[in-house]
Design a binder for this molecule. Sequence first.
Ligand code: 6R9
Length: 645
Amino acid sequence: MSDQELYPVPAAWAEAAKVNRAQYDAMYRASVTDSDAFWLEQAKRLDWMKAPTAAGDWSFDEGDFRIQWFKDGVLNVAANCLDRHLATRGDQTAIIWEPDDPAAAPKRFTYRELHAEVCRFANVLKAQGVKKGDRVTVYLPMIPEAAFAVLACARIGAIHSVVFGGFSPDALAGRIADCDSKIVITADEGRRGGRRVALKANVDEAAARAPSLEKVIVVKSTGGDITMGARDIWYHEAAAGVSADCPVEPMNAEDPLFILYTSGSTGQPKGVLHTTGGYLLWASFTHDLVFDYRPGNVFWCAADIGWVTGHTYIVYGPLANGATTLMYEGLPNWPDASRIWQVVDRHQVHTVFTAPTALRALMKDGDDFVRRTSRTSLRLLGTVGEPINPEAWRWYHDVVGEGRSPIVDTWWQTETGGALIAPLPGATDLKPGSATLPLPGVQPQLVDENGQVLEGAVSGNLCITASWPGQMRTVWNDHARFFQTYFTTYRGKYFTGDGCRRDEDGYYWITGRVDDVINVSGHRMGTAEVESALVLHPKVAEAAVVGMPHDVKGQGIYAYVTLNAGETASAELNTALKQWVRKEIGPIATPDAIQFAPGLPKTRSGKIMRRILRKIAEGDVSSLGDTSTLADPSVVDDLVTNRVS
Ligand code: 6R9
């Protein structure tokens, strides 16, 4: 049984780590028995203009619903990530930037240089009229300016909303419009895997559907040919005329820091809002604890800044802790499957933190690509984004880490701000595939469909019963939706949307989403979003989308499509519909399989029985369960016969 496969804390880690098992146990106990004292003490890791006198003030109950942390504290995130380090580590490297093209030169920025860059960027924003509380959309590739831009917003109290560079003009327009953002920061083009991404052209297209947009700041990255119009400003021109000194804006701990759009089970993506004090504390605390960060270590989170992982573990956590953080522009397997490990060698990376999907893809290409690199600097490995299958875990541990580096499998969500369930490298014995134990302050609970609390070794729906500082505070512009989405399924608890098993040692094993969210290569995708895109096509009458197992992506997208009367299914239309979704949302949403279906299995009340569609997509057609409540049970036979494998 995989549960029995145990990897004890390596002796070197047990002795030298900041937190050993006894210390973790003591911390955890203190964090739940006297939460206020624990978090006020932890808050001292940040630099406050006015120190908070109270920690959590929250209730998950309807009449009394509120989530606040350190609410009388005043601080600035950029001051914590930059200014406070200048005296002690001004000349230490803050950011190492590794370009897409391995033949191009990496860049390094010391804390002093980064401070100057951020101040300049902040002054450019100010010169464009950006003020505290304004929303700034950031649509940039993985270039250093992406870090400068978000920190510049934090410095002047503007709220950034980073949109992943792989999203389409439509998806971008929706996100600009939802938060009423007047300004977008973009680049001429992005670079990924030797190809160019037309970011500025996408912004131009989005602008037509984003009425709030007034100005576009354009960073010259590739030097590619683009059109500059009346609302466009070259960043390098604007930056040439501003000072490299910019005072920080004092922010209340509960002032917003950023919005990040994420997919849910219904409707349009939600603007997850994080605030200043609690989020930064959680980013700093978890980065320090889970990665046991030590001065001099090069820390590499190989995510994109367009996802929460990039926010918390490329920018905010590492910089708050005075770390050296590596930012990589490119793809894990370009020019070949050695690339990640070559970057590790080139920059002497200590910790690498990536997604299981990348590991599965690299594993397929064989061990040689890994073995031809040295990796002697590596001491710690991390994963995030989706459940890791034990096979990929063992490959990461044995082949990449040569058995000497623990793997921290961090479970968390955009909503949680940072890791909630994760091992500590010096404290937690590992089991491949388990995110192990809750971090201090995190109180998980498993419940059944009826909300009944389940004890002991059992499977259920994962809830968190108490607030933690890094918790999201609201859905932008829709506080009712925030409460409705997360706190009404099981009253008085935060429901994660994930299924989970707890074993006899109290270890947590996340099994995946139990709602209509699918996890494609570690990226969240709402099935409703893909369905909406499909039905926009003139030939499509109806669509239902489910996840299907995929050996590299974790889950793939399987779409059932009913065409309008008179239309005929064809291989060309199949391809065209995939292209259509790709253009509507972005490449990550491209369906892996489309099955044309004359009818979908519906109940008499018209509700699509997704359970059946999921089973067929999984190829598990022998146990479709009860189909007697269907309005027309015969549609199932057609679906089974014409299944796309
Ligand atoms: C950080 C991030 C959140 C969803 C989450 C869960 C899945 C994330 C995981 C994991 C198993 C892990 N997930 N980490 N599942 N083990 N270590 O990924 O945020 O993009 O919001 O996705 O990802 O299903 O609910 P986000």
